[in-house]
Design a protein around this ligand. Structure first.
Ligand code: C5P
Length: 235
């Protein structure tokens, strides 16, 4: 089922919670992404509080370290009982497998685990010249997605422009979680590989992750509703 995930990128608990208070009367309780800024600023208790308020949570900490460290960290994060979390696919198949092991609880349950392919702020030119990853960005993304699938992950984080590419190499059930979303009439900020919520729907994203177009809007609730209308309801 398609959904809109709001990137709750705030530096502290009070800012995040007062932002979420604005959604107390919305028909749908938003799926919330807690990223590094909020997690490091407010600590793990913010996850428990947002969960207590009934939101589903994507914990976006993009782990990338040696397999043993990632396994043990995922074990700790698993206890927070979020709905989705992630790693960088660049950490290798072995690291992604370790993440999955760490995340899986004794009863076999676990949050969804997705891997970042290439950040949506990275252009092909920078990937080639600064990261020394040669070739076309689409080929790199396909390969990283295949690595994530081989490791047993549920999907990838990629640009909405790459959703159909990922699905054609990894299957329709393989999830695409896509930041890099902008309304047709808004600024791109530091994002490069971007598109609109309606186009993301057409290309086949499962989830769109939307930050500044909602958090920075004069009316965040109607910006969220606009995302739902375009992406979930296809209006
Ligand atoms: O404000 P904006 O809509 O650009 O926010 C996008 C969010 O998605 C940010 O929290 C960013 O960290 C995250 N993200 C991304 N590109 C990725 C993975 C995560 O922009 N590849």
């Amino acid at each position: 089922m398609k959904d809109v995930i709001i990137a709750c990128d705030f530096p502290c608990e009070s800012d995040a919670l007062s932002f979420l208070d604005r959604f107390s009367l919305t028909e749908r309780k938003p799926f919330v992404k807690i990223g590094m800024e909020l997690f490091y600023g407010a600590g793990p208790s913010i996850v428990r509080e947002i969960k207590r308020r009934g939101h589903r949570i994507f914990l976006d900490l993009k782990l990338h370290d040696i397999p043993n460290t990632v396994r043990k960290t995922m074990k700790v994060l698993s206890a927070l009982d979020v709905d989705m979390t992630n790693v960088h696919a660049a950490g290798t198949i072995e690291m992604m497998q370790a993440a999955l092991e760490g995340l899986t609880r004794f009863d076999g349950t676990r949050p969804l685990l997705v891997a970042v392919t290439q950040l949506t702020s990275t252009s092909e030119e920078r990937m080639n010249s600064e990261l020394l990853v040669q070739g076309h960005i689409q080929d790199v993304i396909s390969r990283y997605a295949e690595n994530a699938a081989a490791a047993g992950l549920d999907g990838v984080v990629c640009s909405p422009l790459e959703s159909s590419l990922v699905k054609s190499s990894c299957g329709q059930e393989f999830l695409t979680v896509t930041p890099g979303i902008r309304f047709a009439d808004s600024a791109s900020d530091d994002q490069v590989r971007i598109t609109t919520p309606s186009r993301a729907r057409e290309i086949g994203s499962d989830y769109i992750v939307v930050g500044r177009p909602i958090t920075g809007a004069a009316d965040p609730v109607s910006a969220y509703q606009r995302c739902l209308n375009e992406f979930v309801y296809g209006k």
